[in-house]
Design a protein around this ligand. Sequence first.
Ligand code: ZN
Length: 128
Amino acid sequence: MNPKDLDRFRKLLAEERKRVLEELDWVEKNYIGKSRKESGGEVSSYSVHPADGASDSMEKEKAYMIGASSGEVLEDIDEALANIDQGSYGKCGECGEDIPVARLEAVPYAKMCIKCKTKLENSEGATR
Ligand SMILES: [Zn+2]
């Protein structure tokens, strides 16, 4: 991938990272933060605890789901950013082929090409 494209995706990933952090922050403030004191504003030490038998366990469950999936996306974004630095960004983790730019534009933190992703989803029943 040429440096110009890499730069573009680095920016896209940075924006996406910010959005996910805001989402996690929102979950923290609206649900989890109510029952747990948070020391700093740093989300890197973020951890989600499953509902612990409180009356609003449904809401907590929901917040946990959002938090968990956002946390996963955040990991993928960090991995993609590290890959950009290492020069391995945009390669399918399964077959090693280049992931099409169009796919990366839609999902800049994609780790697999469509073919491998579809294969994995079919075998695992994954939703993402
Ligand atoms: Zn592949």
